[in-house]
Design a protein around this ligand. Structure first.
Ligand code: PRP
Length: 237
């Protein structure tokens, strides 16, 4: 009898926007196209030109959850999002491939002219606004700095402008948003890029179906980017 789990399509979780747009050329290198772009549709499930691959569209911060629970076999998310997720729920995900796309930095920034180091020296307890509570907590705790972290869900750069926070921890790509709001980087905390994450159980039970796609991502990202940080997915399968 044919095992259904091996014949049904595998599910790749993506988010709309930059991750979707940068993933499509990688799939195209393997000859795979989405039937439609989520930018032109309210649908959340898309088939592809490969009958064994379907795409689901979720919020960026939900990609690890869909993959962890096996609702998606694999997904693509930023290291920022994956770190926040795995601090709280460390099991069930493999991160086999750094796709080296959507590159930016997680940085600490303040209003131009604010003397951050003087404030730290005076042991002021700064308020820091961020989406990235876990990464920020680890950063400040490694430095022995006590801060009050304030969780926000977007437009983080506004917080210092209206007195909600003294500093922010946020993603910086071009730096345009910081400049437009008269903020400046104090320190870069870590480089960020997109990762392919895979459900641990799917790697075992759906190996035959998944492996060609993992290989396709490996070769596509290898051919289109500097590959020195990549880890061959064959090592984990
Ligand atoms: C991200 C990030 C910064 C901005 C940085 O925000 O949070 O605000 O991009 O990019 P830049 O350095 O090129 O200006 P996003 O657009 O994802 O929206 P958000 O405010 O909802 O997080």
């Amino acid at each position: 009898m044919i095992d259904n789990i091996e014949t049904s399509p595998v599910t790749l979780a993506l988010s709309k926007g930059r991750i979707f747009d940068e993933t499509m050329p990688l799939l195209a290198l393997a000859g795979i196209k989405s039937e439609e772009s989520p930018a032109n549709s309210r649908r959340l499930v898309f088939s592809t030109s490969d009958p064994y691959l379907r795409l689901i569209i979720v919020r960026p911060s939900d990609v690890p959850t869909y993959v962890q629970y096996g609702a998606a076999d694999f997904g693509i998310a930023g290291k920022d999002v994956i770190l926040e997720h795995t601090f709280q729920k460390p099991d069930g995900l493999y991160q086999p491939i750094d796709l080296n796309m959507s590159k930016c930095k997680l940085s600490l920034a303040v209003r131009r002219g604010f003397d951050y180091y003087a404030a730290i020296k005076q042991k002021m307890r700064l308020r820091v606004a961020t989406k990235y509570i876990q990464s920020s907590r680890e950063y400040f705790s490694n430095k022995g700095i006590h801060v009050e972290l304030i969780k926000l869900y977007g437009s983080i750069e506004l917080a210092p402008l209206v007195g909600l926070a003294d500093a922010i921890v946020d993603l910086v790509s071009t730096g345009n948003t910081l400049r437009a709001n008269d903020l400046e980087v104090i320190e870069d905390i870590m480089p960020i890029s997109s990762r392919l994450i895979v459900n641990r159980a799917s790697l075992k039970t759906r190996r035959t179906r998944l492996k060609p796609f993992l290989d396709a991502f490996w070769y596509a990202s290898n051919s289109s980017h500097d590959s020195k940080n990549l880890k061959n997915p064959n090592n984990i399968l």
